[in-house]
Design a protein around this ligand. Structure first.
Ligand code: DC
Length: 222
């Protein structure tokens, strides 16, 4: 069993790299941001302010979030329904970030994440995997890139999904969200002291993947 933690800000390519590494190593890729997005989606559907900690906490007993795998692809279900790309909009990014600052939400999603890592070899991406969720992970990486590179990547991703947006809009949203995630009181999005920081601003996805694989081999000796 192996546990690989990949944390870092949005648009650093965590999911692209983690998916490729999972495939190469034959392990499971866990996208933990999808869990926060799913809670955010439910909060939005109930017209509740995602910053209202008490109101959001009061909704949690109504929410069942399940992580499933279909032909190696992660599916997150909200009360039995697969929300697909509905959780991938810029609005849901903001909702996810807002609800993720609420301690009750983090506590609610903790066991789902730890359970999957207890039962499978995983590469898990998020913001607090190396610091809180898997503090004993075999390999911890903090993947980052310049704001400009990350905003360009995120814009291209959204446009490919048919979501109309501009570079300036994405850059502003991204900076706000990263600053909120980094400065929150609970599980802030910072590198674990024992994480390797990898800046992939000028790397292709393949080069980033190779760099991570090299680190995994170095740390685990295989
Ligand atoms: O990785 P993502 O962009 O899908 O994450 C959406 C938001 O969820 C992100 O802005 C902060 C929050 N998040 C978190 O707090 N902890 C995680 N492990 C993953 C995501």
């Amino acid at each position: 069993m192996i546990q690989i933690a990949i944390d870092g800000p949005s648009g650093a390519g965590k999911s692209t790299v983690a998916k490729a590494v999972a495939k190469k190593l034959g392990i499971i890729y866990v996208d933990t941001g999808a869990l926060y997005r799913t809670v955010g989606y439910y909060v939005r559907s109930k017209d509740v302010d995602p910053k209202d900690a008490d109101a959001v906490a009061a909704l949690l007993p109504e929410i069942r979030v399940e992580l499933k795998y279909e032909s190696g692809t992660q599916i997150v279900c909200l009360n039995g329904e697969n929300l697909g790309d509905r959780i991938r909009t810029p609005e849901m990014s903001m909702y996810a970030s807002a609800v993720s600052a609420i301690p009750a939400v983090r506590a609610f999603l903790l066991e789902t994440q730890r359970k999957i890592a207890r039962e499978n070899s995983v590469i898990m991406d998020g913001r607090d995997i190396g610091t809180v969720i898997l503090p004993d992970a075999d390999v911890k990486i903090f993947l980052t890139a310049s704001d400009e590179c990350r905003a360009t990547r995120r814009r291209d991703e959204l446009v490919a999904k048919g979501i109309a947006t501009t570079y300036e809009e994405v850059l502003a949203d991204m900076r706000k969200r990263d600053s909120d995630d980094r400065n929150r009181a609970v599980a802030p999005a910072v590198a674990a002291p024992d994480a390797t920081v990898l800046d992939n601003s000028w790397m292709t996805p393949e080069e980033s993947t190779d760099a991570v694989i090299r680190l995994v081999r170095e740390k685990t000796g295989n």
